[in-house]
Design a protein around this ligand. Structure first.
Ligand code: EPU
Length: 303
């Protein structure tokens, strides 16, 4: 969607928000699927409430895009203006075992920065692509670790009140790949409390997790990580694999040969290709196992 009203463009500029016109969004997502839209880059968290109020008043539909690692965007001209937070500098600040992290920070880099300060706990999350904000929203987890365990406080733009609020850890519900944040809340800063651990030990844990991940997941391909959540007590990857669906494809959307719950953009897949593959695999799993798989990837649908 394009913003063309000069008055609105001036008002956005006055808030210190950068307006980029006709941005290609595919490179901003790990699946590399998606069309174009105007992008509003928010430099200062404080301008967010005024910006969203302004867009609402002017009737401009908008959506927030984080690190783009767990989202499937539509093709063509998107019917929303896209908001993104620019990374704050510095993006990590330490106070003893408390770490204040900007939500636009990269998750993996945060894990290693914390390690260098002799703080551990999050080793399992190394290699999970995306931002700290995205990890919070989905309660990212791997190898027995979930980020929610370490969250003590989150500063968030609450869509319901239109204000920036601070939520304490116990006020937030962290479940398997699900949290109590509203879909249009925007995470800004988090305080994590991490256990002390010598750098060498954290590094060893990181190495082990990296090896496990490299052995079982297609890390150098365009994907959104696991496409489905695991059903209670089961494994989506194992079921899809048992159905012989590795390599199965619709257009350029393909089930990974390495891990069957990773769906790959093998070239120039469209959102429609990926959705058709998801629907096809879901139906086959339902037919064979009687299990209805739930998507983990967040799909932006235009209608
Ligand atoms: N398996 C197969 N074939 C496959 C894939 C898996 O037989 O193609 C089997 C494995 O051999 C294993 C079982 O299925 O016995 C479970 O597989 P794996 O250990 O790879 O774990 P997963 O349940 O498929 C989960 C998370 C991953 C996370 C790993 C490691 C979900 C949906 N997936 O995968 O998270 O990295 O555990 O902890 O919870 C993600 O959320 O995007 C993600 C990749």
């Amino acid at each position: 969607m394009k913003i063309s009203d000069p008055k609105l463009i001036a008002a956005i500029g006055a808030l210190g928000v950068e307006h980029r016109v006709g941005v290609s969004l595919a490179p901003k997502t790990s699946l590399e699927i998606g069309g174009t839209s105007d992008l509003l880059v928010i430099q200062k968290h404080e301008s967010l409430p005024d910006l969203i109020r302004l867009l609402k008043e002017e009737g401009v539909p908008h959506r927030f895009l984080g690190g783009g690692s767990n989202v499937l965007l539509p093709d063509g001209e998107l019917p929303w203006v896209i908001l993104q937070l620019s990374r704050q500098d510095p993006d990590v600040r330490f106070e003893g075992n408390n770490v204040y992290v900007d939500c636009a920070a990269d998750l993996g880099r945060t894990v290693t920065t914390c390690a260098k300060h002799d703080l551990g706990g999050m080793e399992g999350l190394i290699g999970v692509p995306g931002s700290i904000g995205g990890a919070l929203r989905m309660n990212a987890g791997a190898y027995g670790t979930q980020i929610g365990t370490f969250v003590r406080e989150v500063q968030v733009y609450r869509a319901s009140t239109g204000r920036i609020e601070t939520l304490r850890g116990p006020e937030i519900n962290f479940e398997y790949r699900h949290t109590s944040f509203a879909p249009d809340d925007i995470m800004l800063t988090v305080r994590l409390e991490l256990p002390s651990k010598p750098y060498s030990e954290v590094l060893q844990g990181i190495r082990i997790c990296n090896e496990k991940r490299r052995a079982s997941q297609p890390l150098n391909q365009k994907s959104a990580g696991c496409i489905f959540k695991n059903p209670p007590g089961g494994s989506a990857g194992r079921m899809i694999d048992e159905l012989g669906l590795k390599g199965h494809s619709v257009g350029d959307a393909r089930v990974s040969d390495r891990h069957a719950n990773f769906f790959i953009n093998a070239g120039h897949a469209s959102q429609a290709d990926m959705l058709a593959l998801i629907a096809d695999v879901r139906e086959r799993v339902r037919d064979k196992y009687g299990v209805d798989l739930e998507e983990e990837v967040i799909v932006w649908k235009t209608r």
